[in-house]
Ligand binder design. Structure first.
Ligand code: GLP
Length: 259
């Protein structure tokens, strides 16, 4: 089962996860980070700015989880733009070392296989940051996604398009398709760190952490991973049956064990 850490707020979560990332980079300067978009990981990226100040990040590599298909890469809401704006530019990473799936329609039929090959050539992802959608998706693996899936094109659910409409002028501007790492791709990362904040995520979090393994609940794939950490605020933890145990286990965590 995943380790569940319940913290007071998103800021505390950001600091905790940024510290774990910084320690990985200290040991391995060419760490491969798995980068997520959406609003959830922003406190991590914010905290990393301070935590990594003065650290040589010239060798750090990154792979984003997903991208919209057909969006202009220069559009402020393309995931390429978001990753540049929130991660690459503020941290001063080498843009050539940070990859985002290619969502351009030309060549889309082999973009998934190309991305899988690039991840493999990099030696795999060391630490994968994840958010979770209100319908339980991770990356853009909507309900029904195979646990063995690899990077491929998916059709977004109406719910995801509605959720993401806040980033666009209207829901009609939210692309219909995306290219996303598969659940099988995500499960190959060496450490998964899933974050969720707010009551709106409570049901999806409970299904992912404690629900049955099911393609209908893509986040439940994390239960198959030997090193998964789930970092939540109190509101996102509301529906967890074992919340008291998670608090107790974390409070009594052996000092030598890290996140
Ligand atoms: C987006 C992304 C996911 C993200 C999720 C939740 O559509 N593709 O990677 O985890 O939906 O978004 P947010 O963090 O904004 O709630």
């Amino acid at each position: 089962m995943a380790e569940v850490v319940i913290v007071p707020d998103a800021r505390a979560a950001g600091a905790l996860v940024a510290d774990a990332i910084a320690r990985v980079i200290e040991v391995r300067p060419d760490t491969v980070l798995g980068l997520a978009t959406g609003s959830t990981p922003l406190p991590v990226y914010e905290a990393l700015r301070g935590r990594l100040a003065g650290t040589d990040l010239s060798l750090v590599r990154g792979f984003a989880l997903d991208e919209y298909v057909g969006i202009d890469p220069a559009h402020p809401q393309s995931y390429r733009s978001v990753i540049s704006r929130e991660v690459v530019d503020p941290l001063g990473l080498d843009p050539a070392r940070v990859h985002v799936p290619d969502g351009s329609p030309e060549g889309i039929e082999h973009a998934g296989a190309d991305y899988e090959a690039a991840i493999e050539a990099a030696g795999g992802v060391d630490l994968q940051i994840l958010g979770i959608g209100t319908d339980g998706h991770i990356g853009f693996n909507e309900p029904g996604s195979s646990f063995a899936s690899v990077t491929r094109v998916k059709t977004l659910t109406e719910q995801t398009r509605r959720d993401n409409a806040r980033f666009f002028a209207s829901i009609d501007d939210v692309p219909m398709h995306c290219i996303t790492q598969g659940l099988g791709t995500i499960l190959r990362a060496r450490h998964l760190v899933l974050l969720a904040f707010g009551e709106g995520k409570a049901a999806a979090v409970a299904a992912a952490v404690e629900g049955p393994l099911s393609a209908s609940s893509p986040g439940s794939a994390i239960q198959l991973h030997p090193h998964a950490t789930v970092v939540l605020d109190e509101a996102a933890a509301t529906d967890l049956a074992l919340a008291d145990y998670y608090r107790y286990a974390y409070a009594n965590k052996p000092a030598w064990q890290r996140l």
